[in-house]
Design a protein around this ligand. Structure first.
Ligand code: C2E
Ligand code: CA
Ligand code: CA
Ligand code: CA
Length: 275
């Protein structure tokens, strides 16, 4: 009765306190991670379906926490967005990707474009586009064209974000629309942006190798991409059947475990050496 109820409340309060402490710890740990170099990027190949040639890498962040080990971006990026620290993490990721392309090139390896993920909060910063453009303009010409940015549709809710995208595309920085086909799509917005590619979310690709209804949905969205005159990268391709079906549909590019998991930078070097 009463006793049990009070006990519940006490447990609930202490649960909230624990949550708050954990959040503070995570925030402190994220700041420390930036200062102490605990983040790294891994690189997942993006492949031309007809030739299986490499067309680029997607840079994906990894965090090795000194006590808790590897923490998935799905577990810390949302929190980094809430606290605003994502903006500094995002700057770090862009700098790291640029440094990596330059380092590979200087080692005599192929020059490969890298796409970097951008969060909604970054895009909503009035100075974001100008800062990125200035950063890229300061690079030697051979490096300038090798960076693309990936952003999701939900980041485009604000005027400021749309203005950022317009500035970036005007500066000819390729923009990939990430996770296309999840959530709502504002097609009129998408058609007004000079996007470079649509990345079809893994949920659209799953089972297109053998399920007729998945094939119909995916085909309809491919027709939409054609109507928007946008090239497609299929994400999360895990089987030969999926890759074959997508190639038959005229999809140009793909990414997924079937071709390669994301590669640590040393493994990416080995991969580039085999090209
Ligand atoms: P995303 O941008 O949609 O990235 C694709 C995710 O799918 C990656 O997970 C990748 O490892 C995974 N993946 C690739 N191929 C396959 C496949 O064939 N099957 C399956 N099941 N998964 C596949 P990851 O690396 O854990 O990243 C998760 C999310 O975290 C990313 O989703 C992105 O939203 C975010 N993220 C990662 N790095 C960054 C970053 O530097 N900045 C920002 N803002 N977000 C990032
Ligand atoms: Ca992405
Ligand atoms: Ca994606
Ligand atoms: Ca995603």
């Amino acid at each position: 009765g009463k006793e049990l109820g009070r006990g519940h409340i006490r447990r609930f309060e202490s649960h909230m306190a624990t949550q708050a402490v954990r959040q503070l710890e995570l925030e402190r740990d994220l700041r420390r991670a930036l200062l102490e170099g605990q983040f790294r990027l891994v690189y997942q190949p993006q492949i031309a379906l007809n030739t299986t040639e490499l067309i680029g890498f997607e840079a994906l962040i990894r965090w090795r926490h000194p006590e808790r080990g590897e923490i998935s971006p799905n577990d810390f990026i949302p929190f980094a967005e809430q606290t605003g620290i994502i903006c500094r993490i995002g700057e770090w990721a862009l700098d790291c990707a640029i440094w990596q392309i330059k380092t590979w090139h200087e080692a005599g390896l192929a020059l490969v474009p890298v796409s970097v993920n951008v969060s909604a909060l970054q895009l909503a910063q009035p100075l974001f586009a100008a800062t990125v453009i200035a950063r890229l303009d300061a690079l030697p010409a051979y490096l300038r064209n090798q960076i693309a940015l990936e952003l999701t549709e939900s980041t485009l809710m604000h005027e400021q974000a749309l203005s950022s995208v317009h500035q970036l595309t005007a500066a000819e920085i390729p923009i990939f629309m990430d996770d296309f086909g999840t959530g709502y799509s504002n097609l009129s917005t998408i058609s007004q942006l000079a996007l470079s590619k649509l990345k079809f979310d893994r949920s659209l690709i799953q089972n297109v190798g053998n399920d007729a209804s998945h094939q119909r949905v995916c085909r309809a969205l491919l027709d939409l991409a054609d109507a928007l005159e946008l090239e497609v990268i299929a994400e999360g391709v895990e089987t030969l059947e999926e890759a074959q079906w997508l190639a038959e549909q005229g999809v140009l590019y793909a990414q997924g475990y079937w071709f390669s998991h994301p590669l640590e930078s040393a493994a990416a070097i080995a991969y580039l050496k085999r090209l």
